[in-house]
Design a protein around this ligand. Structure first.
Ligand SMILES: [Zn+2]
Length: 375
């Protein structure tokens, strides 16, 4: 749809929607609030979309031909439906920069819609309804939206099964790289890294071998922005970490089939590779458990103290040819009086550039920087 329009020199769907919203405001039928404009735009696109069960069936039909075909079809659908905010994403400043660890990706994030002062005032008078409970809950599919919660009438998800549970696959409305997807639990429950997380990530890349899949860590400071809804992220993109070299080979007598190495990367990362996902899961679980209990005071690493546990892992799964690969990034979220935002976090001298969490995407070598750098 988008390609045909470009060829004909016509207005794109997002541009048309913006014009319709502007017209509604000009004629006085819509109050000039960003959220109300988004609600109208999402509702308009929903008119053209099939209901979720039909889209699910079509996805499965395409999947029977190939996983690539299924995701390609669904991705184009979500772009055309304006579920993926292509116009907003195009505002991001994206470039690459050389580093001692190879070429890194950098994005200055300008895609999140700016609220006008009327929006902020209107949001103050909204009582939280608690529905949907968060931005990642399944109930967002088709949800009309309200002031303070995004419009999702035109949002569609694909149900997949992981570890015997229903999970949902969707594209990120504000993607940072091609086919940036989110895989979310049907249940609103806390992020948790354990053996099942590793199994689920490897299962996902087994079914979608052209995608990587990773999880944010499950502790504050080293986790992502949402800790309260169990979810992963993936996509059809080679982030810089995938190209990292190694500094050391590792081997475990109990797992001779597994190739392992320490990556030449700014964060301590173990890479495991094997033909079978099952043995990778066994070793990854051992490493996770060992790291959770590991203390080395000389390196400022303390496993537990009165504030609770501090060690966890950011895991990433991908395919390397036919093999399965797992990157395990060792994380510690301790704070000190010298580094109150985190010892293993950007320190105060660079907070003018980056103060937010180093989440999954950044761990993998794509720095997402704030819009204020350009203003
Ligand atoms: Zn939720």
């Amino acid at each position: 749809m988008a390609r045909a329009e470009a060829a004909a020199g016509q207005t794109s769907i997002p541009e048309l929607l913006a014009q319709l919203v502007e017209d509604a405001i000009a004629r006085g039928v819509l109050e000039d609030l960003t959220d109300l404009g988004d609600i109208l735009a999402a509702d308009l696109m929903n008119v053209f979309l099939d209901k979720p069960s039909v889209i699910q069936r079509q996805f499965e039909q395409h999947y029977r031909e190939s996983p690539q075909r299924a995701t390609g079809w669904f991705y184009r659908l979500c772009q055309s439906s304006n579920d993926i905010q292509t116009l907003q994403i195009a505002r991001n400043v994206v470039y690459q920069a050389p580093s001692p660890y190879g070429v890194l990706d950098i994005t200055i994030n300008l895609s999140k819609p700016e609220k006008n002062p009327r929006d902020i005032a209107a949001a103050r008078h909204q009582r939280s309804s608690g529905y949907p409970r968060c931005l990642l809950c399944v109930e967002n599919e088709g949800y009309a939206g309200r002031i303070g919660h995004p419009a999702r009438s035109n949002h569609r998800m694909i149900q997949i099964e992981l570890g015997g549970e229903p999970w949902y696959f969707q594209y990120s409305p504000y993607a940072y790289y091609p086919e940036h997807c989110i895989i979310l639990s049907h249940e609103h429950r806390d992020m948790h890294i354990d053996r099942q997380t590793i199994t689920n990530l490897l299962t996902f890349v087994g079914r979608f071998p052209h995608y990587f899949a990773g999880s944010n860590a499950d502790l504050p400071i080293v986790g992502g922005s949402i800790l309260t809804h169990d979810h992963y992220q993936g996509g059809r993109y080679e982030l810089p970490m995938a190209r990292a070299g190694s500094t050391m080979r590792l081997s475990w007598p109990a797992w001779p089939e597994i190739e392992a190495e320490v990556l030449d990367w700014p964060m301590t990362t173990l890479r495991l590779r094997a033909a079978s996902p099952g043995i990778l899961t066994d070793l990854a679980e051992q490493i996770l458990l060992a790291w959770r209990g590991y203390t080395d005071k000389d390196a400022d690493i303390v496993a537990h103290d009165e504030q609770g546990p501090h060690n966890t892992i950011t895991p990433i799964a991908r395919r390397r040819g036919h093999a399965f690969e797992l990157d395990l990034v060792l994380r510690n979220n301790r704070q000190s009086s010298e580094h109150p935002l985190g010892i293993f976090h950007p320190h105060a001298d660079v907070h003018h550039i980056k103060k937010e969490n180093i989440g999954l995407i950044e761990v993998m070598g794509l720095a997402v920087l704030p819009a204020r750098l350009l203003t």
